[in-house]
Design a protein around this ligand. Structure first.
Ligand SMILES: [Zn+2]
Ligand SMILES: [Zn+2]
Length: 186
């Protein structure tokens, strides 16, 4: 049985060949393609599902220091509302701009680099852009009413929701204690 897993190559789809720029200032490549999203593109509550389409529309331009990448990445976000746990689906349009320095150029330690094979890796840049644009507490809508603390009903579906003969949990606890004492005495 062939167990080779196509998903393990997903990362490679975000590695772009830049050979044709030939380090000539002003030379440009337009990259328009759809690639599968890599794993772990997001946080617990919300993110871009692995393998879902990432639409790249990028311009790679040779500049003095390296290759300047500008453009957009479109992705579909999926997650859960942090108040009512309903599913959230949203389109994400990210602006991307990153300078990849040539291997022989001076740059900060954490600067993006063109590899010795003249490729650039978009993965860290896309990852940073996605995470920066994720809501800290995702909501299905700004005024999501959340869940009933007593029964867990979704209050968005039932705004009038109430428990008319609700027993205060503190009273319920006291009753339990009183009942216990009765038993002890008998
Ligand atoms: Zn909600
Ligand atoms: Zn309730």
């Amino acid at each position: 049985m062939n167990t080779t897993h196509r998903h393990s190559d997903a990362h490679a789809d975000l590695v772009l060949e830049t050979h044709s720029l030939r380090r000539q200032v002003g030379q440009m490549i337009r990259v328009q393609r759809t690639v599968p999203a890599p794993a772990d593109l997001g946080v617990d509550m919300i993110g871009v599902p692995e393998g879902s389409p990432l639409d790249l529309d990028l311009r790679l331009e040779s500049v003095g220091e390296g290759i300047l990448v500008t453009g957009t990445v479109e992705a579909a976000l999926k997650g859960e509302c942090s108040r009512c746990l309903d599913a959230i689906k949203e389109d994400l349009l990210l602006d991307v701009q990153e300078l990849y320095f040539y291997p022989d150029k001076e740059a900060d330690e954490d600067a993006s680099r063109v590899s010795a094979e003249e490729t650039i890796d978009l993965d860290p840049v896309v990852r940073a852009a996605v995470v920066l644009n994720l809501p800290f507490s995702p909501l299905c809508r700004d005024d999501c009413a959340g869940l009933c603390p007593d029964c867990g009903a979704n209050l968005n579906d039932d705004p009038e929701h109430d428990h008319p003969d609700r027993i205060d949990p503190r009273w319920a606890a006291l009753r339990g204690i009183a009942g216990g004492e009765d038993l002890d005495r008998s």
